[in-house]
Write a protein of this length. Structure first.
Ligand SMILES: [Zn+2]
Length: 299
């Protein structure tokens, strides 16, 4: 019989507990590692009960933490304009339901979102707004448009596909369409100087869900990434508005950003990036006494 011909498959009795111990240790290490990642922090924060939140403005789309009435009123004042702006410029309907949470303090915003840096955020089909947004340049309105760009894509693509967009693309798009919200610390001149020094974003074809900041240049990290992304997105829009619309439609069909751009423009993403850098340098040199050298060359 076949069974009698097989070698005995017994584990040494003393090795069993060792193997189980090693397995438990591996699982514990994996659990600990996951608990340090940002998706875990965000998921945990988002599971926090919002039972005390009310519709303090009367608008059923806005959920107010007690004490956030002034912020919620400002959100209500600008909400329809923000939705109309994104539906017009991003070529996508804002799917229902729209849920926007306003917070009484930034500490509370951080507690409920798992994120302490931004002044507003979109996650899992909902927008969260910190009162810090009221102090931003231009008031709350540009921030609301920036976040509405994220919310439209999140509601259209679902959370998983939305999380897979490269950061330069989703943030560059939101920053460009909002007139610069999120990149206030870096203007275009500052971005060109940084790019001349080789401090450049990486125009990745698709994103990483675990490392939100993987492609961020090393100076003024967030604002610099958003500014460079916004400049590249603006270039794509100005270069060919029909292709720009086709690219966004490709992204809405869950193509990777690289594929959507390549299909819409008939040119690969790295080639378009190279042509953008040449144009950004030429535009800068046309307006400035200082003549910038080639951009994004490692020195
Ligand atoms: Zn953003």
């Amino acid at each position: 019989m076949l069974a009698s011909m097989e070698p005995p498959r017994t584990v040494h009795p003393r090795r069993k507990p060792i193997l189980i111990g090693m397995l438990a240790l591996t699982l514990l290490s994996a659990a600990f590692w996951f608990s340090t990642t940002w998706p875990y922090r965000i998921i945990k924060a988002n599971l926090k009960s919002k039972q005390a939140f009310t519709h303090c403005t009367g608008d059923p789309r806005i959920w107010c933490e007690p004490g956030s009435d002034a912020l919620a009123a400002e959100v209500a004042r600008h909400l329809d304009t923000a939705i109309a702006t994104i539906e017009r410029t991003q070529f996508g309907r804002i799917a229902l339901p729209v849920n926007i949470y306003t917070y009484a303090s930034h500490a509370s915003f951080a507690e409920y979102t798992g994120m302490s840096e931004p002044r507003a955020a979109v996650f899992n089909g909902a927008m969260h707004v910190s009162p810090v947004s009221l102090r931003a340049n231009g008031g709350l309105a540009p921030t609301l448009v920036h976040e509405m760009s994220h919310l439209q894509l999140n509601l259209e693509l679902g959370t998983w596909a939305f999380g897979g967009l490269p950061t330069w693309f989703s943030e560059g798009l939101a920053t460009h369409l909002s007139g610069g919200a999120g990149a206030e610390m870096v203007n275009e001149t500052g971005a060109v100087f940084a790019m001349e020094e080789g401090k450049c974003m990486t125009p990745a074809a698709q994103g990483s869900r675990l490392s939100i900041n993987r492609h961020v240049p090393q100076v003024n990290r967030i604002d610099m990434l958003y500014r460079q992304g916004a400049m590249f997105i603006a270039y794509l829009e100005q270069r060919n508005s029909a292709a720009f619309k086709a690219m966004l439609e490709g992204v809405a069909r869950k193509q990777t950003v690289g594929k959507a751009i390549g299909g819409a423009y008939g040119l690969a993403l790295p080639a378009l990036w190279g042509q953008f850098l040449e144009k950004a340098r030429a535009d800068f040199n046309g307006k400035s006494k200082y003549q910038a050298g080639p951009l994004c060359r490692v020195k």
